[in-house]
Design a protein around this ligand. Structure first.
Ligand code: GLU
Length: 472
């Protein structure tokens, strides 16, 4: 199949169908689960700063309403099209189900390169898009809750919440209409790095499984593992930070202008500041340049982490992938053809729709914070600190020994918002990894971890439909 014929939604459906045969559900119910419930296709004008008028193409897709609100990011990219947004919305449904986040899947996209527009123009586009969503009833804390994705971040989310709140002045929960907001605008501490931290927790859990590691001739643990990451955006950057902090070696980092490599390990912050000052990742002191960004995907390593866009490992380059584990931090980085090839090479593919679920998991925590109108930790932090201090004091009195200052600080510390958020995320990712692995081990016919993840997701979505009494 040529790359232009590639249907991302078709690929998601293919993976879904592959997994559906391992479930007991009625054909009609399975069809309902995989279908996209609602597609909003928008065209609206933008008057640019130079006075010219441009027509902007945008989408919002609600893949599933088995639970509401729908949830999923909004991307700004010239590659945006209906097929892509539908696929990404579908992945959100399965992702939310696996990590027990009570949302249906959604996704939005605006077909622009944000670098081609001034901040003023981007604000106009984002606000207009939001008011179109309001008009069509495609946004709201109980309806559909966007979030950041490729090409968007906290700034865009703050424009969205401001527009929505202005148009819904009597909605006391208006802050919950979007997540990934700046903390000053109702965001939650820990959301920015959440997807990367979730990727780290998920892969760390896999690396702690002696059986999986043993099969690939690897030792357990992430320390010393040789990692390659493609994409240094929000997801790739934070993933790199957490692996580096855990003692793994970042042997190569790739961005669209090329890739750099150093067997002794790269310092991600130094690479990012080098890229900021020179405009390129290339020529980083002490590192070797790789001509093409894609070359990094073929390096020999323990864990390869594509953290940029879909379809980067396909039938053409998959035979040359030389990693023991591929961790899909991006959405859809492997085509189904690549999946088959990596499987035949014995490479473990840790699938996107659960591995990158950290973002939506913490979005869920942010949404809960918005609905409860109180920050995490406010009620218990001081109580816990006093309690821990008292226990410590009693122990010291009873034993006659003193705890050192560092340990004292750690033991006494009551949880801040970020501690609770990260702990909830860690729990979520560990549980999800184990559930998927159990499903996989429980049925030897299931060929790979992605299929096992889909089976878990399908079972959860299907049982919600049956609880609703819609299907037998
Ligand atoms: N865009 C992110 C994703 O693909 C986050 C979605 C969200 O937080 O709703 O999972």
């Amino acid at each position: 199949m040529s790359q232009t014929d590639y249907s991302f939604f078709g690929a998601v459906e293919q993976s879904f169908n592959k997994a559906a045969q391992f479930t007991k559900w009625d054909k009609g119910l399975l069809e309902q689960i995989s279908a996209c419930n609602a597609v909003l296709r928008l065209r609206f004008p933008l008057k640019r700063e130079d006075g010219t008028i441009e027509v902007i193409e945008a989408y919002r897709v609600q893949h599933s309403h088995h639970k509401t609100p729908c949830k999923g990011g909004i991307r700004f990219s010239t590659e945006v099209n209906q097929d892509e947004v539908m696929a990404l919305a579908a992945l959100m449904t399965y992702k939310c189900a696996i990590v027990d986040v009570p949302f249906g899947g959604g996704k939005g996209g605006i077909k622009i390169n944000p670098k081609d527009y001034t901040p003023y123009e981007l604000e106009k586009i984002t606000r207009r898009y939001t008011s179109e969503l309001v008009k069509k009833n495609f946004i709201g804390p109980a309806i559909d809750v966007p979030a950041p994705d490729y090409g968007t971040g906290e700034r865009e989310m703050s424009w969205i919440v401001d527009t929505y709140a202005a148009m819904n002045p009597d909605n006391i929960d208006a802050a919950g209409c979007v997540t990934g907001k700046p903390v000053s605008q109702g965001g939650v501490n820990g959301r920015r790095g959440a997807t990367g931290l979730g990727v780290f927790y998920g892969l760390r859990e896999v690396c702690n499984m002696p059986e999986e590691m043993g099969k690939r001739g690897m030792t357990t643990g992430v320390e010393g593992k040789r990692i390659v990451i493609q994409g240094l955006g929000n997801v790739g950057y934070h993933t790199a930070k957490y692996f580096q902090a855990a003692g793994s070696k970042l042997i190569a980092l790739a961005e669209y202008e090329g890739a750099i490599m150093n067997e002794d390990g790269l310092d991600v912050d130094a690479v990012v500041s080098h890229r900021k000052s020179t405009g390129s990742i290339l020529n980083f002191p002490g590192a070797k340049n790789l001509a093409k960004s894609g070359d990094a995907l073929e390096l020999e390593c323990d864990i390869l982490i594509p953290a940029a866009l879909e379809n980067v490992i396909n039938g053409e380059n998959a035979p040359r992938v030389n990693a023991k584990i591929v961790g899909e931090a991006a959405n859809g980085p492997l085509t189904p053809e690549a999946d088959e090839i990596l499987l035949s090479k014995g490479i473990l593919v840790v699938p996107d729709m659960y591995l990158n679920a950290g973002g939506v998991t913490v979005s869920y925590f942010e949404w809960l914070k918005n609905l409860s109108h109180v920050r995490y930790g406010r009620m218990e932090k001081r109580f816990q600190e006093n309690l821990h201090g008292k226990i410590l004091e009693e122990m010291e009195n009873l034993t006659g020994k003193k705890v050192n200052d560092d340990d004292r600080k750690f033991i006494k510390h009551g949880p801040d918002e970020v501690d609770l958020v990260n702990s909830g995320l860690e729990e979520t990712m560990i549980n999800a990894t184990r559930q998927i692995m159990e499903e996989w081990k429980g049925n030897p016919m299931i060929p790979d971890m992605r299929t096992a993840a889909y089976v878990v997701a399908i079972n959860k979505v299907a049982s919600t439909y049956t609880q609703l009494g819609i299907f037998p």
